[in-house]
Design a protein around this ligand. Structure first.
Ligand code: UT7
Length: 335
C-alpha cells in the first residue's frame, strides 16, 4: 500500500538577529516581559536581499540536498505564507521558477496560517497515497517583520513574530517503518477576527485608498490579536487534536518520543504537554531564537530536532498547531 514518508527537512532564517533589547526602546517593552510571557529571546528579521521566495528557495534546496534530490525530482509544490511577494500570483509559482524545475509541475498556494504545515501535510499525504504524485515539496516561508506595527501600539503582537522558512520533502513509500500515520485538521471561522490583518480589503471601495492618502495607516493594516482569547483556545484545541490523532491510531501518549509543536508561545506548549502528562523534555522548541514564524515554525523546529539528532528514523513523533482562522490540527508520523 502506498504511504507518505518525510524524506527530508530544510530551513532558512535571515542573518539579521533582532534581540528583545533592541525592541525595548521602540516598542515600550522589556526583555523580561517578552521572555516571561512568550519564551522568546530573539527573532530574525529579513535583510535587503531576502524575499519570501528567496527564503523558500534556500529552505527547499536545504531539504533537497539532504535527500540527494534535485528540483526535477519534485512532482508538486505546496506553498504557504500569510503575506507573500505579490498579491497574486502566489509564491508557489515563483518558487517553481527559482528552483529551476524544468517540468511544469503544479504549485498550490495555501493560506492556513500557523496550521498551514498540517493542512499542507494532509493534502500532500492524500495526493501521494492516491498515486497522483510521488514527491511533494511542502514549504512555509514567512516575512512578518515588514508588516508589523513597530510602535508601542503594536507591541503585544510585534514582539512575537519572526521571519524564516521551513520545508519538507514528502515522498511515496511502501515501507511502514517511516511514514505519516495520520493528520487531523480543523477550523472555526467564528473567530476569524480574533487574529487578523483586515486591510487593504476588497470590501473597501477603493481597496487601496487608505494607503494612498499619505496619512497614518488604519489600525487594521497591522495584525490585531485578542491575545488571551487566542491563548486559551490554542491550549484547548491543540490538546484536543493531539488526543484525537492518538486515540484513532491506538497510540498511548507515552509512546510518542517527540512532540514538535507550533512555536507561538512556550507557555502554551508547556500547558498542553502538562495537560497530556507528557514531559517537557519530549518536545523541541525554537521559539527562543526565531519567535513565531507561523507556517514555517513546525518545519523549522522539525529540521532542528532532526539535525541535532533529537529525532531518529523510526521514532514516533507528533505535530500540533493552532493559528488564525481559527485553524488547528495535529499529526502523527514515524520519522
Ligand atoms: O500563532 C498564532 C497563535 N498565537 C498565539 O497563540 C498567541 C496567543 N497569545 C499569547 O501568546 C499571549 O496572550 C501574549 C504573549 C500575546 C500576551 O501575554 P498575556 O499574558 O496574555 O498578556 P496580556 O495581553 O494580558 O497583557 C498583560 C500586560 C498588559 O498590561 P496591563 O493592562 O496589565 O497594564 C499589556 O498592555 O502586558 C502589557 N503588554 C506588554 N508589556 C510589555 C502587552 N504587550 C506587551 C509588551 N511589552 N510587548
Amino acid at each position: 500500500m502506498l504511504r507518505t514518508k518525510i524524506a527530508s527537512t530544510g530551513m532558512y532564517v535571515p542573518s539579521r538577529i533582532v534581540t528583545n533589547e533592541e525592541l525595548e526602546p521602540i516598542m515600550d517593552t522589556s526583555d523580561e516581559w517578552i521572555q516571561q510571557r512568550s519564551g522568546i529571546s530573539e527573532r530574525r528579521w529579513v535583510t535587503d536581499s531576502d524575499t519570501t521566495c528567496s527564503m523558500a528557495v534556500a529552505a527547499s534546496k536545504d531539504a533537497l540536498n539532504k535527500a540527494n534530490l534535485t528540483a526535477d525530482d519534485i512532482d508538486a509544490i505546496i506553498f504557504g505564507a500569510l503575506v507573500t511577494d505579490y498579491i497574486f500570483p502566489g509564491t508557489g509559482v515563483l518558487l517553481q521558477k527559482e528552483l529551476g524545475c524544468s517540468k511544469p509541475i503544479p504549485a498550490l498556494d495555501i493560506r492556513n496560517q500557523c496550521s498551514g504545515f498540517l493542512y499542507g501535510m494532509q493534502v500532500a499525504d492524500a495526493w501521494i497515497r492516491s498515486g497522483m504524485y510521488k514527491r511533494v515539496l511542502l514549504i512555509g516561508s514567512e516575512i512578518h517583520s515588514t508588516s508589523l506595527d513597530k510602535s508601542p501600539r503594536g507591541r503585544d503582537v510585534s514582539v512575537l513574530f519572526g521571519d524564516g522558512a521551513g520545508a519538507v520533502i514528502l515522498e511515496a513509500t511502501t515501507n511502514d517503518t517511516s511514514l505519516i500515520m495520520d493528520t487531523a485538521i480543523y477550523s472555526e471561522g467564528a473567530y476569524a477576527e480574533k487574529l487578523y490583518i483586515g486591510k487593504p480589503s476588497t470590501n473597501d471601495r477603493d481597496r487601496l485608498s487608505a494607503f494612498m492618502t499619505g496619512e497614518e495607516l488604519p489600525r487594521e493594516a497591522y495584525p490585531i490579536m485578542d491575545g488571551k482569547f487566542v491563548f486559551k483556545h490554542a491550549v484547548t484545541r491543540m490538546a484536543e487534536a493531539f488526543t484525537e490523532v492518538c486515540k484513532r491510531n491506538n497510540v498511548d501518549f507515552s509512546e510518542v518520543s517527540m512532540v514538535i509543536p507550533h512555536q507561538a508561545n512556550i507557555r502554551i506548549n508547556h500547558m498542553i504537554l502538562e495537560s497530556l502528562g507528557i514531559p517537557k523534555e519530549k518536545s523541541h522548541h525554537t521559539i527562543q531564537k526565531y519567535g513565531n514564524t507561523t507556517m514555517a515554525s513546525i518545519p523549522i523546529t522539525l529540521d532542528e530536532a532532526v539535525t541535532t539528532n533529537k529525532i531518529k528514523r523510526g521514532d514516533l513523533i507528533a505535530f500540533v498547531g493552532f493559528g488564525a482562522g481559527f485553524t488547528w490540527g495535529a499529526g502523527l508520523a514515524r520519522y
